[in-house]
Design a protein around this ligand. Structure first.
Ligand SMILES: NC(=O)c1ccc[n+]([C@@H]2O[C@H](COP(=O)([O-])OP(=O)(O)OC[C@H]3O[C@@H](n4cnc5c(N)ncnc54)[C@H](OP(=O)(O)O)[C@@H]3O)[C@@H](O)[C@H]2O)c1
Length: 322
């Protein structure tokens, strides 16, 4: 089995998904630590701004599509370590859960193993990855994990619960909705439980897994210290942005009707596959390895939200600290 190596501070790291929410935070953190970063994206011209996150010449942007062997292999050439933070929440055109998440995840790991130079590898999966799930998202996450560990047994698989922080899709999206809508829906009554995790903590976990050779390989589940229902998350959000909105329970059958139409929108807010996921709690397993095993103490959600949700407050101003 390929053993992980101690990475030199100028080691070359290729990241797929480095333009995404979690990926951008990983890039910033690893660039700050001094590593040479190569961001592999489908549209390099739209990602040039990422270079400002590092010193001149430290962050390189290259074209790659995780569905394509040649571009994936080229993006990994000469690298000492690699990260896959690619994912989709809904399918569109050639972007299928199977092609992007399952086959794409396996493709990156196989290509990384073939380089012979890459020994350190992190793959971002998700809590709920399950080959038996009725959700194609969850199935594809499980298939990717299997493919990655087959190709690269020394890999680290990180499964976060819902990830929050500056630029997140979750709170920013619902806060935006609260600005224009008199009510927010609670699908299935909003009783599903989550363990929101800070994007800074996820980036720290990636850093440790990738660069510290003492960290045992395998699967880590990443959840924050708070276990909150969807309804509690919406209450927290509304309190944080200082707005009162009705929280209206929506039974699953009604949400299913909406999702069956909404899924055909260019960027659907809800799909039938996401509804399946909404029916199960998204919590770190009792036996799972997580932040504790990585020597990290995750951040409470209340410490995170004030720093980025103030934009949605009626005043539009950042509240003074203390
Ligand atoms: N955000 C969460 O709450 C959360 C929770 C659990 C797990 N995760 C997992 O964490 C990972 C990152 O999530 P995120 O929230 O950062 O996602 P995101 O913001 O939607 O970013 C997705 C990334 O995937 C890349 N991508 C999509 N299709 C691609 C393709 N065909 N080839 C190459 N790159 C492709 C995009 O790059 P380009 O468009 O630039 O090519 C983008 O960088 C995903 O695996 C996700 O499932 C996220």
């Amino acid at each position: 089995m390929a053993q992980k190596l101690a990475l030199q501070k100028n080691a070359r790291i290729t990241i797929f998904g480095g333009t995404g929410f979690i990926g951008r935070h990983i890039v910033r953190r690893l660039a700050k630590a001094g590593y040479q970063i190569r961001v592999a994206t489908r549209r390099p011209n739209e990602a040039l701004h990422l270079k400002t996150g590092g010193k001149p010449g430290q962050i390189e942007i290259v074209q790659a599509n995780i569905r394509d062997d040649a571009s994936v292999a080229a993006a990994l050439e000469g690298a000492d370590a690699a990260i896959n933070a690619v994912g989709i929440l809904f399918e569109s055109g050639k972007q299928k859960f199977a092609t992007v998440q399952a086959q794409g995840g396996e493709r990156v790991a196989k290509a990384a193993a073939a380089t012979k130079t890459i020994k350190n590898f992190v793959h971002i999966s998700a809590i709920g990855a399950d080959a038996q799930s009725a959700s194609l998202y969850a199935q594809s996450k499980a298939a990717a994990e299997y493919g990655v560990l087959e190709a690269m047994p020394s890999a680290h698989i990180l499964r976060p619960s819902i990830v929050v922080g500056p630029e997140d899709d979750f709170f920013n999206r619902f806060a935006g909705l609260a600005l224009v809508a008199p009510a927010l829906p609670l699908i299935g009554g909003g009783t599903t439980r989550y363990q929101p995790v800070s994007v800074f903590d996820v980036a720290a976990a990636v850093d440790i897994c990738l660069t510290d050779p003492r960290t045992p390989s395998g699967v880590y589940e990443l959840g924050g210290p708070d276990v909150l229902t969807f309804k509690q998350l919406m209450e927290l959000l509304l309190a944080e942005i200082g707005r009162q909105r009705l929280l209206v329970p929506m039974p699953f059958f009604a949400a299913r009707l909406i999702a069956s139409v909404a899924q055909f929108m260019p960027k659907p807010l809800l799909t039938p596959d996401q509804l399946i996921l909404l029916k199960s709690d998204n919590l770190v397993g009792d036996e799972a390895h997580g932040f504790a095993e990585l020597g990290l103490r995750p951040t409470p959600i209340a410490a995170l939200l004030p720093d980025y949700l103030w934009r949605f407050r009626p005043s539009g101003k950042k509240p003074a600290k203390g």
